[in-house]
Design a protein around this ligand. Structure first.
Ligand code: AMP
Length: 545
């Protein structure tokens, strides 16, 4: 049987300026969601698409949106300038991400198509000025868009042609329900709409009824994660909590995990504990948590993406808790995440680039949490690895999760990552020493210190860096917090500690000085665990199966 030819970007009949931008991004072929969604969208269909994070769904809606706008503009100068595209997202970070993607795709037609992000709550006046210019596309959270509609800064009734609701399941679960309903009253009767969602739940069903007309439903991937060719998933059983710390220390210090990694823990307290623990060994890391100001969080992500940091510690508890338990946002003032700002999502949907490994240092509480964590790696067509640490008492929970995630009985989804702990026994003394130094008090102080520092940074970021954008690179978030005493000798790994089978293969973690270029990072990040597996095969100290 002849293999079905897959479509290329050129087959979509897109404007050459868009195609040039796509080529500049280095995208060789459309991802499956793009391949299905773009032709249907260009055909004028409403779409309900289930697309896992990292599937390329932003471009799947942005490409047809831009094509439509360019076509319209090509009909002549008589076309009145107006807001014709609206992209609704649940968080400010996602808004920034969507805006960046649209801007990248409009590199060669930036004069024809302007995009504005109105998700920041503190910039109402400047947003009003931007909206007066009638950008072609507006990106925002429902509450901010509604605010501007109510203030008459934004008018859509006579001009909107295309509405996108991205991460639609979160749009409802964050409690934007009322705002969305009010917002819809400001839209025209007819417009094309796309609803993109990681899951199809009741909330999405309700949204579908509200906004879509005879939609085509695209459920591209039954499994919400890529297959084993692209994403390797392991579990490693650690006998004790101390073993988890020991193993992580050894994996990072011996560079067995290379490239960029995301470490997931279940509480904020744990994230700082881990950061201080790693700091003891001069392993720099950043904590990404919802209490930090938005600018700092975005800056951390952006620097991580540029290769400044190799290791980010994230907690998804607030965001996923709100989503999965179906909790609704309580009505009230919309401060920042310190007060539980629902628009300040951290892990979900945020685009970390070229993450080679996701480490579940703490077992994800639910299968959904697992999927969303794992979805940070193996994005688009890149490979990735997920390593889940599990304590003996948690194994049955993990087994149940695996079953829900679609693992076949008898063929586990998460392969055992057999690590010979005895090979790293030499590290245990240092590990204990470091764990002892990270007291509750030290964790509390670190957390407060970081918030204070980041608030200062945030202000600096706002004023100073607006005028000096190049200096933004100088501000780092992975500098030692130092509330615990750091013993400098712990930063080195003497040769006698390196497992014999690994001598000559591994180079104990060295502090990164310069960000690597994205190309370099990509090369480095390709399946580090797999490459270790091959290298170590003759005399494996760490055996993966
Ligand atoms: P998204 O699912 O929209 O968050 O996209 C995830 C990542 O995939 C982003 O970094 C995009 O730049 C990238 N991406 C989107 N489409 C493609 C493509 N066709 N080929 C390669 N990378 C892509």
């Amino acid at each position: 049987m002849a293999e079905e030819e897959s479509l290329g970007f050129r087959d979509f009949g897109l404007d050459p300026r868009i195609l040039q931008a796509v080529a500049d991004l280095g995208w060789e072929r459309p991802t499956p969601i793009q391949e299905k969604a773009v032709p249907l969208a260009l055909d004028g269909k409403d779409l309900l698409a289930r697309a896992r994070t990292g599937s390329g769904k932003t471009a799947a809606y942005a490409l047809p949106l831009l094509q439509r706008l360019l076509l319209l503009k090509a009909t002549g100068p008589a076309v009145e300038q107006a807001v014709r595209g609206l992209i609704l997202v649940p968080t400010k970070e996602l808004a920034q991400q969507a805006q960046t993607m649209v801007q990248q795709l409009t590199t060669y037609c930036a004069r024809d198509i302007r995009v504005a992000n109105i998700s920041a709550s503190e910039a109402s006046a400047s947003q009003r000025a931007v909206l007066m210019e009638k950008p072609d596309v507006v990106v925002g959270t429902p509450s901010r868009v509604l605010h501007h509609l109510q203030q008459d800064n934004l008018k859509l009734r006579d001009s909107l042609e295309l509405l996108v609701m991205d991460e639609a399941d979160l749009l409802f679960s964050f409690g934007f329900e009322e705002e969305l309903k009010s917002l819809l009253c400001h839209l025209p009767r007819i417009y094309q709409a796309f609803l993109m969602s990681a899951t199809f739940n009741e909330d999405v069903q309700a949204l579908k009824e509200l906004v879509l007309h005879n939609p085509v439903t695209l459920k591209l991937q039954e499994s919400q994660l890529p297959g084993p060719d692209q994403l390797e998933q392991f579990q490693v059983v650690c006998e004790t909590e101390e073993d988890k710390f020991l193993l992580l220390y050894a994996l990072l210090k011996l560079s067995l995990i290379r490239g960029k990694s995301l470490l997931f823990v279940n509480t904020l307290e744990r994230s700082y504990r881990l950061r201080l623990f790693l700091e003891q060994f001069s392993i720099p890391s950043c904590v990404l948590n919802g209490e930090l100001p938005l600018r700092s969080r975005c800056h951390i992500i952006s620097q991580f993406n540029q290769g400044f940091y190799d290791c980010v510690i994230a907690t998804d508890a607030e965001v996923l808790g709100a989503t999965i338990k179906g909790k609704r946002r309580s009505k009230g003032p919309k401060g920042d995440q310190a007060s539980g700002d629902p628009e300040a999502g951290v892990a979900r949907g945020i685009d970390f680039h070229h993450v080679s490994a996701v480490l579940n240092f703490d077992l994800p509480p639910t299968p959904e949490a697992y999927i969303h964590r794992a979805g940070r790696t193996a994005r688009a067509n890149n490979p990735g690895t997920v390593l889940t640490f599990v304590l003996p008492a948690e194994q049955s929970h993990l087994g149940r999760m695996e079953a829900l995630l679609g693992g076949e009985p008898g063929t586990p989804l998460l392969l055992p990552y057999q690590f010979r702990m005895e090979e790293i026994e030499g590290f245990r003394y240092r590990c204990r020493d470091a764990m002892r130094s990270v007291t509750k008090q030290a964790v509390r102080e670190a957390r407060l210190k970081e918030i204070k520092d980041e608030l200062l940074h945030s202000e600096k970021l706002k004023t100073y860096f607006e005028d000096n954008p190049r200096d933004l690179q100088l501000l780092r978030h992975d500098l030692p917090l130092h509330p615990a005493v750091v013993k400098p000798h712990l930063g080195n790994v003497p040769d006698y500690l390196v497992p014999s089978a690994l001598r000559g293969f591994v180079h104990p973690h060295k502090k990164r000085k310069k960000p690597s270029s994205s190309k370099k990072t990509k090369k480095k990040t390709q399946n580090p665990l797999r490459s270790f597996k091959h290298r170590a095969r003759p005399r494996p100290a760490v055996k993966t199966s």
